[in-house]
Ligand binder design. Structure first.
Ligand SMILES: NC(=O)c1ccc[n+]([C@@H]2O[C@H](COP(=O)([O-])OP(=O)(O)OC[C@H]3O[C@@H](n4cnc5c(N)ncnc54)[C@H](OP(=O)(O)O)[C@@H]3O)[C@@H](O)[C@H]2O)c1
Length: 260
């Protein structure tokens, strides 16, 4: 079955105004899907939607909302009632940077709202409609930073572990209902978010369009994809070869290196 028939006619991308989410929106459109683009900045989204329509000849809707705000389930329910969403991609994230006690508790709770609560809500609402329809796909963008606890990114890395493990569980639950679920363990990716928070590259940095393409290619082939050879090697090292405390030290050193 073609990608469009399996996961169309509409994709919803949460975090679609820039970076990896925007690349996912284009990758979906290039495969013939119409796209609902979700992010907070309405004007940026409107411009990105115009570009998407012009480049791919598909329809694009924008939904300007804060994924951390209450009312997400209702907003997702309304869009799912209106449009048959066959593919949901959860890309947006919030990463409080610094040691736990150097930041206000509210920052950490916001990361829970954006990175944990929102993908759970969207998986429940949009995935429920797919399950009833008997086909569809869900992608949760996680991170190699979620493989082990990461100092100065402890909350973020824990939320990324949640995303991966949620996707693995849903992969098993929804496969019998024709819905493919995939966690994307992205590594360093050249996005505005990465550029704004990184003093220097400490590992090969991938382009967002490559990460998006490899991820969509992997949908339906297993519960997890790690795009890029260097990221796959890092995953084997961190998960299988190194003792946990050594892996935690290594990932912490690398993260502090990124921050300069
Ligand atoms: N970049 C990397 O090196 C890297 C590495 C590993 C994993 N990842 C993962 O890849 C994903 C994307 O990262 P990225 O670097 O592309 O991020 P980014 O450039 O910071 O883009 C994040 C997107 O999410 C939207 N967004 C953020 N907070 C939101 C909120 N509360 N409500 C609605 N939309 C929100 C942003 O748009 P608005 O500002 O308009 O809301 C933007 O479209 C994340 O899940 C991240 O954990 C990235």
């Amino acid at each position: 079955m073609s990608f469009e028939r399996r996961y169309g006619p509409w994709a919803l991308v949460a975090g679609a105004s820039e970076g990896l989410g925007l690349a996912f929106a284009h990758a979906c459109a290039a495969r013939g899907l119409h796209v609902v683009m979700v992010a907070r900045r309405a004007e940026v989204l409107a411009e990105r939607a115009r570009e998407l329509r012009a480049r791919h000849g598909v329809e694009a809707r924008v939904l300007a909302l804060d994924l951390a705000a209450p009312g997400l389930a209702e907003a997702a329910g309304a869009i799912a009632d209106e449009l048959p969403i066959g593919l949901a991609i959860f890309d947006a994230a919030y990463a409080p940077r610094g040691e736990l006690h150097a930041l206000p508790l509210e920052d950490h709770l916001k990361a829970i709202d954006v990175n944990v609560r929102a993908p759970l809500v969207l998986s429940h609402v949009l995935g429920g409609a797919m399950r009833a329809r008997g086909r569809g796909g869900i992608v949760v963008v996680s991170s190699v930073a979620g493989l082990r606890g990461t100092e100065t990114l402890a909350t973020y890395s824990a939320t990324k572990a949640f995303g991966r493990v949620l996707a693995e569980g849903l992969y098993a639950e929804l496969a019998p209902h024709g819905v493919d679920v995939l966690a994307c363990l992205a590594g360093a990716t050249r996005t505005p978010g990465y550029e704004a928070t990184t003093a220097r590259d400490v590992s090969p940095v991938m382009e967002p369009d490559v990460v998006a393409r490899l991820t969509l290619d992997a949908l339906g082939r297993g519960p997890v994809v790690v795009p890029g050879l260097a990221n796959r090697a890092a995953t084997v090292l961190l998960e299988r070869l190194l003792p946990r405390r050594v892996a935690i030290a290594l990932i912490g050193r690398s993260t502090r290196g990124l921050q300069g």
